[in-house]
Design a protein around this ligand. Sequence first.
Ligand code: CP3
Length: 405
Amino acid sequence: MPDTHPIASSRFVRACLRQPVDRTPVWFLRQAGRYMPEYMAVRKHHSLLEICRTPALAAEVTITAAERLGVDAAIIFADLLLPFTPMGLDFEFVNGEGPVVHSPIRTLDQVRALRTDRTDDLRYVSEAIAKVAKHFAAPPANATSDQDQLGIIGFCGAPFTLASYMIEGGSSRSYIETKKLMYASTTSNELSSRPEARSAEAERPAFRVDATAAWPLLMDKLITVLAAYAQQQVEAGADVIQVFDSWAGALSVADYRQYCLAPTTELIRRIQSFGVPVIYFGVDTASLLPTFRETGADVIGLDWRIPLDEGWRALGLHSDGTAPTAVQGNLDPITLFAPEAVLEAHVKEILAQAAGRPGHIFNLGHGIVPNTPVDAVLHVVDLIKRHSHTTPRTSNEPTSHAIRS
Ligand code: CP3
């Protein structure tokens, strides 16, 4: 979409908009998590959901992680599944098992019973965002800070990934129940022709709801709830919204196009209408990247399985170095366990592949896992700060920063 945003006050937001930056911004998926002793200290006294639902605790955990690491963005501490509660679907986190939904959604009647009118119950997340925004709006106490404004990231799940938890009742390997519900909603028209690829300039496809089929109705209800939830987060001070489609990689390109592209596009379009850029993220998505571009997301998250430059080309990077989308990624989170020299080489390789083009946000390809050494994460932040730096811009050259070898 045309960039109508003013020059943002944070290098993270500028990079999301492919505006020039003084250096590559960096943050980490799951930067507040079990690998971090400060998080575990809070976790000792509170359950995960208690932290999420108590704005003071969620804000504290968010701020502590961002400040401890010295990153350029703070992602609000919350969970993907929180919107299930106001929709009328109970769930809990069972130790060692992950999330469990006790009455998974399997029928049209169950989808019809899901509520979309209680999004106000999620206000605790935007209250936490308001606290984080207030904290980072104040001038930094830390004298070594470079004065850049930290970006504040709100988030929600994408329709497919959230539906998969609702339908499977938890994490899944094969998504059998999810795909059964999806395939059962196929119309006879769709059987004879699959949706075709469109050029990036074409109108984004409209999402039309068929209220007699479970899958499209579920997609529609999720869009309604997630858009309202994202709007609350933006109004509270989120600069960017990340849409997690963590498990979209389980779908073939044709199935993604047929069952998920239009609802995902609709959600992203609505969030953008609130005036913020959207980061769209999934895992194992190399083959889906050209289709992801059609969602119109401002930034696409890449996992580590595809080299960053190859992923960016799949998203439409031109040979002159300009690109229609920004990219975020894509270090393998397990390299944080590697010897320092190996970790350094991998970080520098990613910076080299980004080649100083505007629109790269350094991150992992997926979340930090428990037992990751905090020092390794700090080392990556330091490497990014030292090895990506400004170069003077020449006439038409799009490059705003480059890598020091
Ligand atoms: O710092 C941050 O990244 C913010 C916090 C955050 C959490 N969940 C807290 C959390 C974020 C961004 C999420 C999103 C989320 N939740 C996703 C998408 C991101 C991804 O990883 O692809 C998903 C799939 C979920 C659902 C979920 N929450 C699962 C499957 C699990 C269990 C996984 C495990 O490792 O046990 C959770 C639990 C969870 N959410 C934890 C945290 C820090 C770890 C458990 C804990 O502290 O008890």
